[in-house]
Design a protein around this ligand. Structure first.
Ligand code: DON
Length: 304
């Protein structure tokens, strides 16, 4: 346990009561609202941790950063951005409002649900072996061979995912999504239901901080150009319609998920994983955001 990190967690526990567990995916409402943990994995192989860093939660939208890098590797930049945009929306992560607003129609960016579903559909073999490729890739970049899908959360998402389903069918109608919509959705629900700990997402953050090279082995898995794109989306859209405020208060690339996780990256230095399932009204971990703000201030992490 790192005492400096423990102190930052303790100082921010007070915010947990101001947030809520998500109920739109019923299984997520069973999480421990009081869990709060952090894990830091530096590129010079130091590990720092505190609190509930072993608490398991589903990765949710944090997975979107990884699937974006996979789709870029599989299809190239031009093909991916022919079907998904590069701009923040200022709307909620599951909003469908802007889907009709660009001509030709495409989701605004790969971090909102519509954009992420489109991106997943572009991963090679997305409909059948896709989830195996995705899961294997996550195992590789976390170094955790035990990583798996939480079946209860997956089934809960699948049962209640009508908004995602509606957007996916709309996108097929306008040609953004091709093939079997239900199969692409199934892969998306599964990727969101991968169960992780703070350590796993800190490792993914470390891989991104290292520009797509595994810090342990030196193996390059993603082109530097594509990692740069992923980091940029984390800054502009990673915290959805709170991305501007997060950039001011924390100032590093980050991605949140409704499982309560936040993955943050200090380029060239470290990956950070935080968990706190109590969410603010934008779907970000309410205490997690504060923890990262304190950490950034204390260790001068902001890029700006
Ligand atoms: O599709 C959904 O709504 C969820 N599987 C993921 C959303 C999410 O994590 C948004 N993040 N804060």
């Amino acid at each position: 346990m790192d005492l400096r990190l423990m102190e930052i967690l303790d100082r921010n526990r007070q915010y947990i009561k101001d947030g809520k567990l998500p109920i739109y995916i019923p299984e997520l409402s069973k999480a421990n609202i009081n869990a709060l943990g952090i894990y830091i994995s530096t590129l010079d192989h130091q590990e720092h941790m505190a609190g509930d860093y072993l608490y398991p939660f589903t990765i949710q939208s944090i997975s979107k950063v990884v699937t974006l890098m996979m789709a870029l590797e599989d299809q190239g930049k031009d093909a991916v951005f022919a079907r998904v945009g590069m701009e923040p929306t200022g709307d909620a992560f599951n909003s469908m409002m802007k889907l009709e607003m660009i001509q030709p129609s495409k989701p605004f960016n790969p971090m909102i649900n519509a954009g992420a579903i489109a991106v997943t559909s572009m991963i090679k073999g997305s409909s059948h072996e896709g989830i195996h490729r995705i899961l294997n890739f996550f195992r590789k970049i976390t170094g955790n061979q035990q990583l798996n899908i939480n079946q209860d959360v997956y089934l809960s998402e699948k049962r209640t995912g009508d908004l995602n389903r509606a957007m996916a069918y709309y996108m097929r109608n306008v040609g953004v999504l091709k093939g079997d919509v239900e199969e692409h959705l199934d892969t998306y629900f599964k990727q969101c239901s991968i169960e992780v700990t703070c350590r796993d997402i800190a490792r993914i953050g470390g891989f991104i901080a290292n520009n797509g090279i595994l810090p342990e082995t030196g193996e390059r898995l993603i082109k530097e150009e594509y990692v740069k794109i992923a980091k940029t989306f984390m800054v502009t859209c990673g915290m959805y319609n709170a991305s501007g405020e997060f950039a001011i208060n924390v100032g590093i690339p980050a991605k949140s998920g409704v499982g309560g996780g936040i993955m943050a990256v200090v380029p060239g230095k470290m990956g950070i994983g935080v968990v706190g399932p109590s969410l603010d009204n934008k779907g970000n971990s309410i205490a997690g955001v504060r923890v990262l703000a304190d950490l950034s201030e204390k260790f001068r992490l902001s890029m700006f």
